[in-house]
Ligand binder design. Structure first.
Ligand code: C5P
Length: 288
């Protein structure tokens, strides 16, 4: 048996806008995305019975069929016409699950990239993203990584000037948020505000970190149930109080992140928030 190790990176939404509901039931989105240094660790082994097996260190996560990493492997075999062989994917989960950080999608993207390399197929990022979109809406972005604009369902990607080096403090409050429910809530709501996506793109072009921080915005915050919304607002205030340049929820939450100029500021805020919110991490932006 041979084994390979891969890291799968979390993402943040610097902006997230919902433009409308589509005929296929999904929504058209416009989002500025960023990769950060919080990772899952994947160990992929070949051999054994044909088919894919997934093992994780979290008992409640779907193994095998329901896991996005397994779905990615199967879609890869289907798309390339290759015969499935035995694969065991062990995932050491460090990215919190159902937290708005694309942990599952990132695992799937790491598997797709590894498969193209392992089989020597040399598929481009665009070809891998096309396979990835059948696994989940965030997978194409996770295949690309870095700073990017994601539109359509999430699969129409435009690479952007890399976010200048900075730090983030991620803070996940201890309650779940249902992604389909939040999308339904957006359908029933008249959104008061939308992110200034154009201004965000200009700030990235100017490499203006405070300009980016001022424009962090996610429309889903407005449609959270009241108590969850209050917790998110509380975390944002705490991050700003501890020196964040700006703060916002990621994806459909509930993780809230603050942006910091340097590690010292981020570590100080991480220590300050951890007492009340144990799931708090200081991380860096990553530009692959
Ligand atoms: O594509 P994925 O399986 O990650 O999407 C999860 C859910 O999020 C979908 O079932 C849908 O309710 C919602 N969604 C959406 N529009 C998108 C992406 C996701 O409505 N662009």
């Amino acid at each position: 048996m041979a084994a390979w190790e891969r890291a799968a990176y979390a993402k943040l939404n610097l902006t997230l806008d919902v433009l409308g509901r589509r005929e296929d039931g999904y929504h058209d989105l416009r989002m500025v995305m960023q990769t950060v240094s919080l990772t899952d660790r994947l160990t992929i082994e070949t051999g054994g019975e044909p088919g894919v097996r997934v093992r994780t260190d979290l008992a409640f996560l779907p193994a095998d069929g329901g896991n996005l990493a397994a779905a990615a492997a199967r879609r890869y075999w289907e798309a390339t016409g290759r015969t499935p062989e035995g694969l065991t994917i062990r995932i050491d989960k460090r990215i919190p699950v159902c937290a708005g950080l694309a942990g599952g999608s990132s695992d799937a993207a790491a598997v797709l990239r590894w498969m193209s390399e392992y089989y020597g197929d040399g598929l481009s990022r665009a070809e891998l993203a096309e396979i990835g979109q059948t696994v989940g809406s965030d997978v194409p972005y996770c295949v690309l990584g870095g700073t990017a604009l994601a539109e359509g369902r999430g699969e129409v990607l435009t690479p952007l000037p890399a976010l200048p080096a900075c730090w983030f403090v991620l803070c996940k409050p201890p309650f779940p948020v249902s992604t389909p429910e939040l999308f339904r809530a957006v359908d029933g709501a008249k959104l008061r505000c939308h992110p200034d996506t154009r201004g965000m793109l200009d700030a990235l072009k100017r490499q203006d970190l405070p300009g980016v921080a001022q424009r962090l915005y996610n429309v889903f915050e407005d449609v959270l149930p009241p108590r969850k919304r209050a917790a998110v607002a509380e975390i944002r205030s705490q991050l700003l109080e501890h020196g964040a340049l700006g703060a916002c929820m990621s994806g459909t939450g509930p993780t809230v992140f603050g942006m910091f100029r340097d590690e010292a500021g981020a570590r100080q805020a991480e220590r300050a928030l951890r007492g009340q919110w144990p799931e708090t991490w200081a991380v860096q932006n990553i530009c692959p």
